[in-house]
Design a protein around this ligand. Structure first.
Ligand code: ZN
Length: 96
């Protein structure tokens, strides 16, 4: 019975992880697998996924380094980064 309970829990985490992943523009199926294989860590990874990947990016006008839009000081050259022109902003996630 213990094995059955684990399967139920893993399935619940897989579903939750898949839904979170899909909500962030990724693949439900991939995150479903991740959540089922590593139930707790997979769900956490799905939550963190957006933080690193989905933030818009732009180029530092001084040195050309690609930084997240919310970064206010360039990490490479120390340039103060004000809000860029809209055409300089690009989506952070690269989709095939
Ligand atoms: Zn810079």
């Amino acid at each position: 019975m213990a094995g059955g309970a684990y399967v139920v829990i893993a399935l619940a985490f897989a579903l939750a992880t898949g839904i979170v992943g899909r909500g962030k523009g990724s693949s439900f199926f991939i995150w479903f697998i991740v959540g089922g294989v590593v139930p707790v860590l997979g769900l956490i990874a799905a939550f963190l996924y957006r933080v690193e990947r989905a933030e818009p990016e732009r180029r530092c006008p001084n040195c050309g380094a690609v930084v997240k839009l919310y970064v206010q000081v360039c990490r490479r050259c120390g340039e103060d980064l004000h809000l860029p022109e809209p055409e300089d902003v690009r989506p952070g996630r690269l989709r095939a």
